[in-house]
Design a protein around this ligand. Sequence first.
Ligand code: FE2
Length: 186
Amino acid sequence: MEPLEIIRKYYKPGSVAHEFLIKHSEKVALKALDVARRVSALHDVKASPPDMDFIREASMLHDIGMFLTDAPQLGCYGDKPYITHGYLGRQLLEKEGLPRHALVAERHVGVGLTIEDISRQELPLPLKDMTPQTLEEKIISFADKFYSKGKELAKEKTVEEVRESIRRYGEAKLAVFDEWLRFFGY
Ligand SMILES: [Fe+2]
């Protein structure tokens, strides 16, 4: 499976949205592969090592739903709120016959959205658990937090910068991220 071929079905090569998506996703993929190598070095994962091919593919596809959202700064002119891009990406990737990649898209937003997050903040999402469950899902969500899709697309945030951005969503979210930091050896 070649992620770029799937992306090309929904994003015109050379368009602003295509540029943002590819550049951001490539950064996330490199970071996620790096994190996966750290996991293998730090923990006994012989029985089930992180799936490197899957991590590369799913990192490239995790934000594919963004074109359906209203995010003109990213060249996206859909009518859905940006927060739904993960959930919409899941639907799209399921239609593409990629249910495992689809779950990465649905579960990568922030450090994951709980049913309580969705209900308390009245997010425009179905009430279901959208938190990363597998090692690969956690690695990709973690890696994604180091890159924004704004002007500073290529710049990797420091751990402290990421922690500050997550703290805005509450101490419970920061605790999840801090647990990932420990597990990934940061
Ligand atoms: Fe992302």
